[in-house]
Write a protein that binds this ligand. Structure first.
Ligand code: PAF
Length: 282
């Protein structure tokens, strides 16, 4: 595996790789875990060359403390990428990516206005900035994203359409710990007590599948919010049940082909997200 720190070198290497076959890109912010590994393994199976970017992108953090406390574990990340058979690890500095401030504003529309978009102003524009840069540098055949950040995938698809990138976005299922907690780089910040409670997020979403069978959308939302808020350390920021394609909240199960429940919960001061797909009622 080669570690690449500059955009110029990345372009040169990948121009050569593109001549020979397909390129799979896995964009990450590092602090890699088994969830990332599953994306990398899939990229490895489906492409001739695999490049993983490791870059904590400052423009997508609307909360400065979150940016400062975001885990950075480069040595462990490099070891994991090496053993996963990655060809190129792209690990640039902030100055390399943003020699000038990025002033681009993407017209991402309604998919970016709700949930994370409403709670974290500027977050999705920052995601669009970095992902569009990475797509431009690497011009991948396929790019891999985890469904834990369900709304992010919809936003990236919108950015791809706006910018006219010719590539396939591959969405990959959420990887979970044995107790059901969705894998996240932020999990390492949980105290032992918080970590012990956190699996209730997935358990509650799972039990809401059964509950939803004979309850309205509103009642199902209430069920999830009340259940989670009743647990120690837990404070729900939002629970929305949305259409899986438009990300718009629904009020009736019949309004969509595929409903997805998206939750954000503060567990102490660690912000965790998760989601679940509801079975469509006929
Ligand atoms: O999902 C993430 O880790 C980040 O938002 C991404 C896509 C790597 C962009 O910085």
């Amino acid at each position: 595996m080669e570690i690449i720190r500059t955009v110029a070198e990345l372009r040169t290497k990948l121009n050569a790789a593109r001549e020979k076959g397909s390129i799979g890109l896995v964009p990450t912010m590092g602090a890699l875990h088994a969830g990332h590994l599953s994306l990398i393994q899939r990229a490895r199976k489906e492409n001739d060359t695999v490049v993983v970017s490791v870059f904590v992108n400052p423009t997508q953090f609307n909360n400065p403390t979150d940016l400062v406390t975001y885990p950075r574990t480069e040595a462990a990340d490099v070891a994991m990428l090496e053993s996963a058979g990655v060809d190129y690890a792209f690990i640039p500095t902030v100055e390399e990516i943003y020699p000038e401030p990025d002033t681009r504003v993407f017209d991402l529309g309604p998919v970016a206005e709700v949930m994370e978009g409403a709670m974290r102003p500027g977050h999705f524009n920052g995601v669009a900035q970095i992902v569009s840069k990475l797509f431009d540098y690497t011009r991948p055949t396929r790019a891999y994203f985890g469904e834990k950040d369900f709304q992010q995938i919809a936003v990236i698809r919108k950015m791809v359409q706006l910018e006219g990138f010719d590539l396939e976005i591959v969405d990959c299922p959420i990887k979970r710990e044995d107790d059901g907690l969705a894998m996240s780089s932020r999990n390492v910040r949980l105290t032992p007590e918080q970590r012990a409670v956190a699996p209730v997020i997935n358990r509650t979403l799972q039990s809401s599948l059964e509950f939803a069978k004979d309850h309205t959308v509103e009642e199902t939302k209430r069920f999830v919010i009340d259940e989670l808020n009743s647990k120690p350390h837990m404070q729900v920021e939002y629970y929305e049940i949305v259409d899986a394609f438009t990300m718009q909240p629904i009020t009736d199960w019949a309004q969509t082909e595929q409903a997805v429940g998206c939750v954000t919960v503060f567990c102490g001061d660690v912000r965790l997200i998760d989601n679940i797909k509801y079975q469509q009622k006929k």
